[in-house]
Design a protein around this ligand. Sequence first.
Ligand code: AMP
Length: 395
Amino acid sequence: MGDGAAGRVLVVNCGSSTVKLAVVDPDTGERPFAGLADRVGTPDASVRVGTTTRTPDDTSHRGALAVALEELPDDVRSGLVAVGHRIVHGGARFTRSVVVDDDVLAELRGLTDLAPLHVAPGVAGIEAALSVLPDLPQVTVFDTAFHQTMPERAYRYAVPEDWYAEHGVRRYGFHGTSHRYVTAVAAEVLDRPLESLRLVSAHLGNGCSAAAVLHGRSVDTTMGLTPLEGLVMGTRSGDIDPAVVEHMARRLGVSAAEVVALLNRESGLLGVSGHRDMRELEAAALAGDAPAQLALELFCYRLAKHVAGLTVALGGLDALVFTGGIGENSTGVRARVQELLAHLGVRADEGANAVRSQEARRVSAPGSPVDVLVIPTDEELVIARDARELVGAAR
Ligand code: AMP
């Protein structure tokens, strides 16, 4: 690797209207380059790299990527060994990260039918990178892959069998890259082999999910066919009686698809309180705003209920891991959830929980039968490591 500038990976994370880019050193975690394209696909598309903001002529994912990469210094570009793509949905086909070839690309295009919102931006990102950086191998890392170890009783819904067999209706789970990373770090913090641990990780960001990780393998998780199931999130309802869809479609005179869009975009913390952002919500709750207080209580109660449920998949619980913007920063959410889980053996430590730090750490009381950890997630680092490992193996 010579001077350390080689062996880096360009990590590409495409959303429907965004492209996030970072050059990541898989060994040190250093990021010598980062860029963000916003409002991609609209006339207002913009690309920001450092303090430079540019307006691409071609406002597609490809155009945005090309403009961002023009800002990439030559010495950084020459040290790249791969492009790593975050893909939200890998269906049942992708159980681990893979190097992109024609077959993989064809299969991914096929998956856009199962999860159009979640796969299409990723495919656009791969196509963009293939055209802008044709000499670099491309690797895809799937949010669903880590959960492919779930047993059938966890991933099947109790619906007619042909819904599953012919229409792919099953639970897939998401945030797998994050759950995989933080549970591996948890084993280091606890100084115990991952293969011996029963862990629940709670990834709490704008999207929220919890996963039961037994001996390093995901055995259940709260998200399902799509990221709508499970916990209360910033704008998503999480679990709901599916009959609500028909009821509200009739009441509002809209289609089922429109109700589902409302469950994804106008519900959750936002729907209950008017605040999607946990910081704003906590400030409003503190100021005595009753809907904000209710949203916070709903959020913590649903989370604690799911964590307790996931212990069934584990046969007990050694540690609970908090991550994501809320999990890493909200001392209030962590304190409330620990309180609700006291009967499982969670003993909180107010002082440790209140410490603000970017380091992975234990926040439960010494000797607590269940350890509680805060572990900052780093999905880009996992993508970079997977990409370099696969490319190295392919050479
Ligand atoms: P993420 O999607 O992981 O970036 O997380 C975004 C969520 O984290 C938003 O709801 C933020 O309000 C929340 N968040 C970030 N910082 C804090 C903080 N200091 N306290 C509470 N919530 C926070």
